[in-house]
Design a protein around this ligand. Structure first.
Ligand code: G1P
Length: 305
């Protein structure tokens, strides 16, 4: 019998098999996860976040085009050699960083049949342990420690944990939506009583939207195995979590929500992606001062035009 270590979560699953159609033609031959946010691929921020929260075993669920992802997190001997020969040690350090970050594994999703299906592809790797899921379209500012809080809530309350933000009613159809009730003893944590994937505004049980961070009990795998295709004819993680939310007393049941009001950067659509780059560039010590000054004068010019 494997020893169960309920309090020590080490595994993160990162679905990375989307077609990235919103970014075509940039994503014709490159996974959207490799698009740069300032000068680092979006996926590296996500892996760094997992590692910062203590999750050093990262499984990427990939589709076609997985090569660039594998290469990015692997050594690049020729490049390293060239940088070393030039004495460019700063860049050498940057190049080596991504290959030393975490213990990264890959599994192929095959048929892309939805987020729930992507998560179920992680079952052989994850086994009977709780694990985190990080969706690459959401970048969470490391200063806001969302994943750390979710891992603590799982430790204290068991079951699964989702991250929730409040959105305008007009936006709720873009997200999984959670009906919640207070837990009483912790203001930022709620009990999830129902979940609906991308509801119409008129059917939404609340304006609490699920964002791309989850801590899941392994019980979700068995539920996913029996979850029929839902919205968009895809197997939805939201539908499986709804089943678990419905049986809070069962082993592995119960879903809690962590209310997040920190900094989240959405890289999933083009306008948000551009805003993310501008914000993060402004904050950088090396680029920020010059970029902010330029941005200010550019905005002033635009306002006068
Ligand atoms: C997925 C989930 C959805 C969640 C969203 C968060 O949707 O299905 O419930 O709200 O991620 O980013 P997607 O954005 O992949 O369509």
């Amino acid at each position: 019998m494997p020893v169960r270590r309920p309090f020590h979560i080490t595994k993160a699953v990162v679905p990375a098999a989307g077609l990235g159609t919103r970014f075509l033609p940039a994503t014709k031959a490159t996974p959207k996860e490799m698009l740069p946010v300032v000068d680092k691929p979006a996926i590296q921020y996500v892996v760094e976040e997992a590692v910062a929260a203590g999750l050093s075993d990262v499984l990427m669920v990939t589709g076609r085009n997985k090569r660039p992802l594998e290469d990015h997190f692997d050594r690049a001997y020729e490049l390293e050699h060239a940088l070393a020969a030039k004495g460019d040690l700063d860049r050498l350090k940057l190049v080596r960083e991504s290959s030393a970050l975490a213990d990264i594994h890959y599994v192929r999703q095959g048929d892309p049949r939805g987020l729930g299906h992507a998560v179920s592809c992680a079952r052989p790797h994850v086994g009977d342990e709780p694990f985190a899921v990080l969706l690459g379209d959401d970048l969470i500012d490391p200063r806001d420690q969302l994943l750390e809080t979710m891992l603590r809530v799982r430790r204290e309350r068991g079951g699964s944990v989702v991250a929730l933000i409040e959105v305008e009613p007009a936006q709720i159809h873009q997200y999984g939506c959670a009906a919640v009730e207070p837990v009483g003893d912790e203001p930022g944590v709620v009990r999830v009583t129902d979940l609906v994937e991308k509801p119409e505004r008129s059917n939404a049980p609340s304006n609490y939207a699920v964002i791309g961070r989850y801590v899941l009990d392994p019980a979700v795998f068995e539920v996913l195995a029996h979850t029929p295709p839902g919205r968009g004819d895809e197997i939805q993680l939201t539908d499986a979590l709804r089943v678990l939310a419905d049986v809070p007393e069962a082993e592995g049941g119960a879903v809690h929500g962590v209310l997040f009001n920190g900094r989240r950067y959405d890289t999933g659509d083009r306008a948000e992606y551009l805003r993310t780059i501008v914000k993060l560039a402004c904050e950088r010590d090396d680029l920020g001062p010059e970029f902010r000054a330029w941005l200010k004068s550019y905005v002033n010019e635009e306002m006068q035009a």
